[in-house]
Design a binder for this molecule. Structure first.
Ligand code: IVH
Length: 667
């Protein structure tokens, strides 16, 4: 095999691994599902062509992995597989032909359902009683998300008789388009970045450790399958679905039962029309054998069942001209290429910009200014460029050269090892970075300074009144009244808001510094663990890795931020300006000795306290309330209907207390 093919193979694999991480773990994909599927197709082709290069466990076959730190895991009684995908009706016919051969039968009864673009989850019921909700994970074991699932109201906790003794119900957690739009509208109003699509938001939400946050976003359940079932009393999926309905589970809006693949294809076409009015995002149709016995006979490969296939709908696409590529500079100095397009109608909106992701993506697609490009909008808000229509390439175009200096400040850009992005390292002097950082610092999710919106920050930076965060705290009345639309009253209000922001909680200041990988929860964890700014500054990488919920990437990022002398000076100036640098010490920590510094986990329904109130009391007394049981847990506070956390605590030998014991410790 030529070096070139070898290199391509390695590159495709690296990209798939990179996108797996973003999609499954971080719920923040960079590329559309369609583009991802294309990468997988390319890898499958390469591996077919050069079988000696294929690894034993190909990435094509691999189920992604959504497991995260901070959750206890659970092994599915029956593995949760993925589905084979296709975008072509011909391949559906191939699917049927394969079944003909495999099962030695002419025709089959299929069930056709919408493929819901949500998060795959398995619910376990024992003796008719809900026990736990677990994500797909790596297919074999997933994260126990029962605590967050408890906030989803549309599924029964108790099945009415008759029911199988042990049952795994498979389905999706999703967010309705309405809820997604509501949240994004709120974020827009608060000048926070909007979420890209409902699936990512649902995936991110169900994995949040902060239940109060989860509560603010409505998630919904829909059932579509069966895992382990004992005794196995059902003959067909439709028969099982009748029971699911009887128990009160929500099911998909429409499904079809069809004889033969031709009829199924007609049903898929009908579904494609209907789905536009569904409350949830659908990206395809799933075709499954209805007979459970035939399913069993057909069996499965290591990745997917042979008795089911997903037909994915092409996202809406349009062809237009690429007029220009501009580079936007983010708060952390990342250079993001943006395509400026000849405006074109797409999926109900006019599109004039599209993301180009990064320099690798531009090179891979060989996108050139002047090209005709195919643009796609697939459930995502930001459209993406799929490919160049090379037949229409005008003469005289040249490959795009990614800038090697920052277009805003002229500093040479860097590309950290192993990262796909270019960065401008001129953190303190690059105007768009400074502007974005100050806007972020002032935003609701950080210091929440009223009256310091984007337009005001732009003016302050443009007029050189503010070059770095501490400059905000030396602004004078004269500086402000000179701004557009600023009267004395608004100047006074802003000065007042700045002054009172000095008393904001320390985690807000930490978050506002804009340390890479340190969001709100990491900021709170830092403050809860180290209590004051000095200790955070002095924390070693080793100590940071020891913080529950922190990985080595976050720890390294924190250390390198505080090791930077420019950042140290900046922080010193903020401290000199009088910003709060200590977490309020609990009133009398000595009196609550049993709680101070200890880690608690709450589970089940407590007799008098709500879980959140208990959590607050623990934190006030200097303790920590964690989301899941681990070796670091000191106490599990168990209430009524405690589930997997209780068994895990028992297994690890964690002390188990009742609410009354907790109240005694808090006295
Ligand atoms: S049946 C063995 N039906 O799509 C898998 N899956 O890409 C049989 N999905 O993991 C799955 N809607 O979580 C089935 N109506 C539906 C579905 C559906 C969405 C998910 C499912 C699966 C993933 C595969």
């Amino acid at each position: 095999m030529s070096d070139e093919i070898q290199a391509r193979l390695t590159a495709v694999k690296d990209q798939i691994r990179h996108h797996n991480q973003l999609y499954y773990r971080e719920a923040e994909p960079e590329i559309s599902d369609r583009d991802y599927d294309r990468l997988k197709e390319e890898l499958a082709d390469l591996e077919k062509q050069y079988p000696n290069m294929a690894e034993k466990e190909s990435l094509v076959e691999k189920v992604g992995d959504d497991r995260l730190e901070g959750f206890s895991t659970y092994v599915h009684r029956e593995p949760m597989q993925s589905l084979d995908n296709t975008y072509s009706f011909d391949e559906l016919t191939d699917f049927e032909n394969r079944l003909n051969r495999l099962l030695d039968r002419e025709s089959f009864e299929y069930l056709i359902e919408p493929k819901i673009d949500g998060v795959a989850v398995s619910l376990t019921y024992e003796q008719g009683q809900f026990v736990r909700a677990v994500t797909r994970g790596n297919g074999v074991e997933g994260d126990d998300i029962s605590a967050n699932f408890a906030l989803i109201k549309n599924s029964p906790r108790q099945l009415s008789e008759p029911y199988p003794n042990a049952l795994e119900i498979r389905g999706e957690i999703y967010m309705t388009l309405e809820e997604f739009n509501r949240i994004n509208a709120e974020r827009k109003a608060a000048k926070l970045p909007v979420f890209a699509n409902p699936r990512n938001l649902a995936a991110g939400t169900i994995k949040m450790l902060d239940r109060a946050e989860v509560k603010k976003r409505k998630l919904t359940w829909v059932s579509h399958g069966r895992g382990h079932c004992e005794p196995a009393t059902y003959d067909s999926l439709t028969q099982f679905f009748d029971d699911l309905r009887r128990w009160g589970f929500p099911m998909v809006q429409n499904h079809w039962v069809e004889e033969g693949i031709e009829n199924s294809i007609q049903a898929i076409k009908k579904l494609d029309e209907l789905r536009k009015s569904y409350a949830y995002p659908t990206d395809g149709a799933v075709v499954k054998l209805n007979s459970l016995e035939l399913q069993q006979q057909a069996g499965s490969t290591s990745k997917a069942p042979r008795w089911a296939i997903a037909y994915k709908f092409e996202a809406e696409q349009a062809v237009t001209k690429l007029k220009d590529i501009i580079i936007q500079i983010g708060r952390t100095g990342t250079l993001s290429p943006v395509a400026i397009l000849e405006p074109v109608k797409l999926a109900g909106t006019t599109v004039s910009r599209a993301t180009l992701h990064n320099s690798d993506e531009i090179a891979r697609k060989d996108v050139r200014i002047g090209d005709s490009v195919k643009v796609e909008k697939a459930g995502e808000i930001i459209p993406a460029i799929i490919e160049v229509v090379t037949d229409e390439r005008p003469t005289g175009t040249v490959p795009y050269n990614f800038p090697d200096i920052c277009p805003a400040c002229g500093t040479a850009v860097t590309r950290p090892e192993g990262e796909a992005v270019h960065r401008c390292p001129n953190t303190l002097g690059c105007p768009p970075q400074v502007r974005r950082r100050i806007q972020f610092f002032a935003s609701r999710q950080c210091m929440d300074i009223e009256g310091l919106g984007e337009a005001v920050v732009d003016q302050l930076v443009d007029r050189n009144l503010v070059q770095s965060l501490p400059d905000l705290y030396v602004l004078q009345r004269e500086d402000l009244v000179s701004l557009d639309k600023f009267a004395e009253k608004s100047a006074d209000n802003l000065l007042e808001a700045l002054d009172s922001s000095k008393q904001q909680d320390l985690w807000r200041l930490i978050h506002g510094l804009g340390i890479q990988h340190v969001g709100t929860s990491a900021s709170k964890l830092l403050v809860n663990t180290f209590r004051d700014l000095d200790s955070i500054l002095l924390a070693t990488e080793e100590e940071l890795v020891g913080v529950e919920g922190f990985g080595s990437i976050v720890a390294a990022s924190v250390v390198s931020f505080f090791a930077d002398s420019g950042n140290q000076k900046l922080i010193q100036r903020l401290v000199d300006a009088g910003l709060k640098t200590k977490e309020d010490v609990p009133a009398a920590p000595e009196a609550k000795e049993g709680v101070f510094g200890k880690t608690f986990v709450l589970t089940g329904t407590l007799p008098t306290l709500k879980q959140n109130d208990a959590k607050e009391l623990i934190e006030k007394a200097g303790g920590k309330a964690a989301g899941s049981v681990s070796r670091k847990t000191d106490y599990l506070i168990a209430g009524e209907n405690a589930g997997s956390k209780l068994s895990k605590a028992e297994k690890l030998g964690v002390a188990i207390l009742r609410e009354g014991d907790l109240l005694k410790l808090l006295e």
